[in-house]
Each structure stands twice: as C-alpha cells, then as structure tokens.
Design a protein around this ligand. Structure first.
Ligand code: NAP
Length: 308
C-alpha cells in the first residue's frame, strides 16, 4: 500500500512510498483511511523519528476488518480514529477503543480534524469546569486546537477571549463564539478563571498575570519554542491559581478516547461544533502544506484526502 514516510535526510521531510500492509493485533481494527489531518506537534516528529517511519495520528475512513476480539465498530462502519502513529497510509490498524462511528452527516474531512485537536480542546477546558459564566482566555485561538476550544467553551457558557497573531485572523474567531478577540496576549484584560496557553515564552509569562485567584493556566504547548522564566511573585495577582500541564495521550484513561471522540462527533453532527478545515487537499500536497503550517500561514486545520 501507499503511505507517507519520514525522510529526514531527503529533499522534503516526507514522501509517499510503497510500504507493507498493517498487521493488526487482536484488539485492532483495520481502517481504510479516507482523510487525515496534520497537527503542529507532528512537524517536530518528522525531525525526531528515523527514515521510513510512518507518521499520522488523526484519521477517518471505513472499517475494513473488525478487531478479532469482536470489540469496536464492525466492517463497513464509517469512523474517526486516533492512532499514535502510522495513520498517513491507505490502511492503518487502530485499537478498537480509539474510534467513534460517524453519522452520514459528518464528512470524513470534518471528522479527521477532531482527534488530537478536539480531544485537546475538550480536555483542557475540563480543567476549568464548570465553564458557565467563566471568563476563558485561549491563546492560538485561530489554530487547530484553538478554533475548536473557542467553540466548545462558548457553547458551555464561558465568556471567551481569543488571542490571535494577526488582525486578519480576528473576525473568524469572533464568528466561532468569542466575545473578545485580541491581537497578542498583551492586549487581553484579565482576570480569567481559565487560560489555555500553548504559545509559551512571553505568552505564558503574561498568562500568569492574567489568571484570577484560584483560577487555572493549562499549559499544553510551546509553539514559540521559547522558554519562560517564572517566579512566586508572578502569582501575586492570581493567588492560589494553578499551573496545570496537559498531554493529551495521558490526559485520561485509554478507554475514554472512544467516548470523547463520539462526543465531539455528536457536536459536529448537531452543528454546535464546526471544524475549520479549509479546502481539502490531496495527500501529495502534504510536504508543502506542512511548511505553510510551520510558517503560520494556515488557520484552522489542514485536512488531506487519501488517494490511490
Ligand atoms: N499537549 C498536548 O497534548 C498537545 C496537543 C495538541 C497540540 N499541542 C500543542 O498546542 C499548540 C497548538 O497546536 P495546534 O495544532 O493548534 O497548532 P496550530 O494549528 O499551528 O495553531 C497554533 C496557533 O498558535 C499561534 N501562535 C502564537 N505564537 C506562535 C508562535 N510563536 N509560533 C507558532 N504559532 C504561534 C498561531 O497563531 P496565528 O496563526 O494567529 O499566528 C497558531 O494559530 C502547539 O504547540 C502544539 O504542539 C499540544
């Protein structure tokens, strides 16, 4: 079958190649991948993995073969799935508990935007529950995680302020449900009960000055690549606030991935969550689009169609 493989020493970081078919374990279904999406974190994984490795975490497609232990969706089901790797291929083996069935109304493209970004948005927001009436600040609001987090927070009754990097991104974020959008975190007026922080560096340092007493700053990324220097005095305005780290893959019990994916799918189906996927592209455009993502030229999520 064809798959995207890592080529760290090649002219592009990845290329399409023929690879062996996946070998499912007893609890794995085999999925024919129709679409997948790209996450900022995966740009780093190109550099950190060896030649020939197959990346890919967010996939949607059709179950070709149900897990041998009888668990999970049966053959023919349209599904969205979260894999740790190997997803950018014509076929992938996926643990049965890391899938959710898609209703006909949810496209493969919308679904492919959900696993890593949607689970991260959902679960970082849970650190601020209850959200009804709470002021929530979301950095990277126009990005893959951010645009879903803005919608989920607003739908949960929070008053959302989104932080974007450029003025032209602001209008789209307001449409997603943010009551305020600021260009740069320096422009945000605190205090906030919950802050989702993924830019790192100076943004994280500023976030500590914007959190309210007993509020929470959830640190889940470092898009800037910059370190942050913090001290006890930074919490003077937000006394007893919590600095919470977040890693989606260990953020809950394994068996909760399927139900949380199903929740996200149901919100897309009832139109209370709309992944911003832009034009769907061929997976042959992946290396080029990865560059655009790295250079902050993309908003929302880049989604790719898998073609033979
Ligand atoms: N811990 C976890 O489990 C987990 C899970 C998912 C993602 N993450 C991390 O969370 C972050 C967001 O992920 P994502 O997939 O939403 O990424 P994304 O689609 O690239 O969005 C990131 C957003 O951050 C903004 N940003 C601000 N400062 C930036 C900088 N110096 N460099 C790059 N972007 C900057 C960009 O805003 P503008 O477009 O307005 O410039 C961009 O929209 C990444 O750091 C990612 O690695 C962590």
């Amino acid at each position: 079958m064809l798959a995207v493989v890592n080529t760290p020493n090649g002219p592009a970081p990845i290329e399409l190649r023929q690879v062996p078919e996946p070998v499912p374990g007893p609890h794995d279904a085999v999925v024919a991948v129709h679409a997948f999406s790209l996450n900022r974190g995966e740009l780093r994984s190109f550099r950190n993995n060896e030649e020939g490795w197959i990346p890919g975490q967010d996939v949607s497609g059709v179950v070709l073969q149900q897990a041998a232990d009888g668990s999970g969706p049966s053959a023919g089901a349209r599904v969205v799935a979260l894999t740790d790797e190997f997803g950018w291929a014509e076929r992938v083996a996926v643990p049965a508990h890391r899938m959710a069935v898609l209703p006909e109304s949810v496209s493969f493209a919308s679904a492919a935007a959900l696993p890593v970004a949607g689970l991260t948005a959902l679960r970082t927001l849970r650190h601020g529950a209850p959200l009804l009436g709470k002021r929530v600040l979301i950095t990277g609001a126009a990005g893959g995680v951010g645009h879903l987090a803005v919608q989920l927070a607003a739908r949960s009754g929070a008053r959302v302020t989104g932080v974007v990097g450029r003025p032209e991104r602001a209008a789209g974020v307001r449409e997603l449900g943010a009551s305020d959008v600021v260009v740069g975190i320096d422009q945000a007026q605190g205090p906030f009960g919950l802050i989702l922080e993924s830019a790192g560096g100076a943004s994280l340092a500023t976030a500590l000055h914007l959190v309210e007493a007993k509020g929470a700053v959830v640190v889940f990324g470092n898009s800037s690549g910059e370190p942050t220097s913090i001290g006890f005095a930074d919490f003077r305005g937000g006394q007893n606030a919590r600095l919470q780290s977040f890693f989606y893959f260990t953020s809950g019990p394994e068996e909760q991935f399927g139900p949380d994916l199903a929740l996200l799918v149901s919100l897309v189906a009832d139109k209370s969550l709309t992944p911003q996927t832009g034009p769907e592209r061929s997976w042959r455009e992946l290396a080029h689009v990865a560059e655009e993502l790295r250079d902050r030229k993309l908003g929302g999520k880049a989604v790719f169609r898998v073609e033979a």
